[in-house]
Design a protein around this ligand. Structure first.
Ligand code: NAD
Ligand code: DAU
Length: 393
């Protein structure tokens, strides 16, 4: 199978490329198309790019000529569109690029695919599939409903797959299903919802062979350190304040990135064309709890291992919760996301495999082991970004 992976130099795209090569070996060929914005990092794919199974094209998904050429020369069976502006805070600061890339870029990709894949009679070449990687944020926000701190148990086998009952509690009793209305509330999520609606319109109007996945928050290796988990790990090591928005009680539903990659590949191969598939693992956490877990894990690793302790800006002092700093909230901050992935699980046989109790320590350790990957990024422009977003907040 030939995969064209747009945005393959970003966080999830990079993990997806590695996942496909590991899972399908020589049966898969991959072309990565990426504009290498601030969020794209080709060094993440350094080893994979040595293989003749993978090629890279530096291009924008909005560039019609470039995309036409790749489709003509590489002839992919699958186009997986990860390429996007993905950070909510940046979308609040400057929405324009989100609309250009996430909406118009997706439209251009689909137009190019139609041209390359459609027969004169309007039918499409067999086996061609376009997968739009979307997000749970398109559904808007659920209520943060924690009466007297009580949580709901979710009796579903998926929870067992995700690590058992201790991982399977929710903060409310409502979830986003594929039928939930689209009610985006940030410029980022509005741009993703717009792209979803365009994909659905192309399916309806042109019979375009597409599918959509909507996943909850991902975590794992190679995530850009503007996002909560890698940002907190980096600040803990540097003994810098840990910025927690608002009261820290907003809830996100976290999934290890490999589980997302496995779900996307499953939907690509077995999903029904024209359908939307939710992806998540019933793993809701409040931000403040995540920050606490990261502090504890870094402290534990540094206590056990002098090599890790040497990474601390102040090696004589193990990090603790005094670093937590509550800062001004994100405007329009969504209170809670929670995905119901039962359709994907029951129809396609997918289930998450990495429980949070395993995935979070694995992620923290990766960021400590791959310090250079982070330090290369947090030089230069990142400092300006950090200053703009956090100083005086
Ligand atoms: P990311 O910001 O880490 O990576 C985005 C990649 O897209 C980068 O490599 C960037 O260079 C590239 N890109 C940006 N604009 C481009 C353009 N015009 N043309 C070509 N390439 C371009 O994002 P991510 O976290 O890996 O997210 C990937 C996709 O998954 C996004 O569509 C996002 O909406 C979706 N998603 C993310 C999460 C999450 O938790 N990170 C969850 C659900 C869905
Ligand atoms: O739900 C899926 C979405 O998850 C994806 O579509 C987005 O691309 C991805 O960026 C992510 O969006 P979030 O806004 O949920 O992720 P972020 O890591 O930015 O923030 C997670 C939570 O932590 C959120 O409630 C805001 C909070 N936060 C974030 C940062 C960066 C803080 O409290 N402090 C911070 O410094």
């Amino acid at each position: 199978m030939k995969y064209l992976v747009t945005g393959g130099a970003g966080f999830i795209g990079t993990n997806f490329v590695k996942y496909i090569l590991q899972t399908h070996g020589r049966q898969a060929q991959i072309c990565v198309l990426d504009a290498l914005t601030y969020a794209g990092n080709l060094s993440s794919l350094h080893d994979e790019l040595q293989s003749e199974l993978i090629s890279f094209v530096h291009a924008d998904i909005g560039d019609r000529e470039a995309v036409d050429r790749i489709l003509l020369e590489f002839k992919p069976d699958y186009v997986v569109n990860f390429a996007a502006e993905s950070h909510v805070d940046r979308s609040i600061d400057d929405p324009g690029i989100f609309l250009r890339t996430n909406i118009l870029g997706t439209q251009n990709l689909m137009d190019c695919c139609r041209k390359a894949w459609q027969n004169p009679d309007g039918s499409y070449m067999p086996g061609k599939r376009f997968l739009q990687v979307s997000t749970d944020e398109v559904y808007g926000s659920l209520l943060r409903d924690i009466p007297d701190g009580r949580r709901f148990d979710i009796p579903h086998p998926l929870c067992d797959a995700a690590g058992g009952r201790s991982e399977s509690t929710a903060y409310g009793n409502d979830f986003f299903t594929e039928d939930s209305p689209l009610q985006p509330r940030s410029p980022y999520s509005a741009s993703k919802a717009s792209a979803d609606m365009l994909v659905l319109a192309y399916i309806h109007t042109y019979g375009f062979p597409a599918l959509i996945t909507r996943c909850s928050n991902n975590y794992g290796p190679y995530q850009f350190p503007e996002k909560l988990i890698p940002l907190i790990i980096n600040n803990v090591l540097q003994n810098k304040p840990l910025p927690v928005y608002g009261d820290g009680r907003n809830v996100r539903d976290w999934l290890y990135v490999d589980d997302h990659c496995a779900a996307i590949d499953t939907v690509l191969r077995r999903g029904r064309l024209g359908e939307v598939y939710n992806i998540g693992g019933f793993n809701e956490k409040q931000n403040i709890d995540i920050v606490g877990m990261i502090i504890d894990e870094v402290a534990r690793l540094c206590n056990e291992n002098d090599r890790y302790r040497a990474l601390l800006a102040e090696p004589d002092r193990l990090p603790d919760r005094s670093l937590i700093t509550f800062v001004k909230d994100r405007p329009g901050h969504d209170a809670r996301y929670a995905i119901d992935p039962v359709k994907t699980a029951t129809e396609l046989g997918w289930a998450p495999r990495i429980p949070f109790a395993e995935g979070l320590p694995r992620t923290v350790r990766w960021y400590l082991d791959q310090r250079k990957w982070v330090t290369d990024i947090v030089d230069g422009d990142y400092q300006m970004y950090y200053h703009k977003m956090y100083s005086g907040r």
